[in-house]
Ligand binder design. Structure first.
Ligand code: HEC
Length: 106
């Protein structure tokens, strides 16, 4: 059986491909995946009941909205059928803003 010969260009391409993968891995690690569960605190139960009936928590935990942004989203979700009572609305808004408020640039 003759040995398999790997030419220099092939070797160089292989090394480059491995390097590119390593760099991509580092870049991916720098952006953490959004938490899969809602943060604890007052308002979590309301969110768990009224928001997770339609979509995963990550849709909420990946957000960084200011107060107005959350107000708009909340109003939209309520219009779409999120069962939030008028008394729960300000509590839920405070919870969302506190935990998933606007972040400073990293
Ligand atoms: C009746 C189903 C339903 C309920 C209940 C619901 N959502 Fe949604 N939500 C959706 C759908 C559908 C989308 C996707 C809309 C799109 O892709 O533009 C969405 C998208 C979102 C988004 C991403 C878009 C944006 O506006 O930023 C956020 C954040 C969100 N929902 C938060 C909430 C919160 C908070 C609650 C609880 C108060 C909630 N949702 C309850 C159906 C629902």
């Amino acid at each position: 059986m003759s040995p398999i010969r790997i030419g220099r260009p092939v070797l160089a391409a292989l090394v480059l491909a491995l390097l590119a993968r390593a760099v991509a891995g580092i870049a991916a690690a720098a952006v953490p995946a959004p938490p899969r569960y809602l943060a604890g605190g007052e308002g979590r139960e309301i969110a768990g009941r009224a928001c997770l009936m339609c979509h995963a928590a990550t849709l909420i935990t990946q957000q960084a909205k200011d107060s107005t942004g959350w107000e708009k989203t909340l109003a939209q979700m309520e219009k779409w059928g999120a069962p939030v009572t008028p008394a729960e609305h300000p509590k839920l808004h405070a919870y969302l803003w506190q935990h998933y408020g606007a972040r400073t640039a990293r």
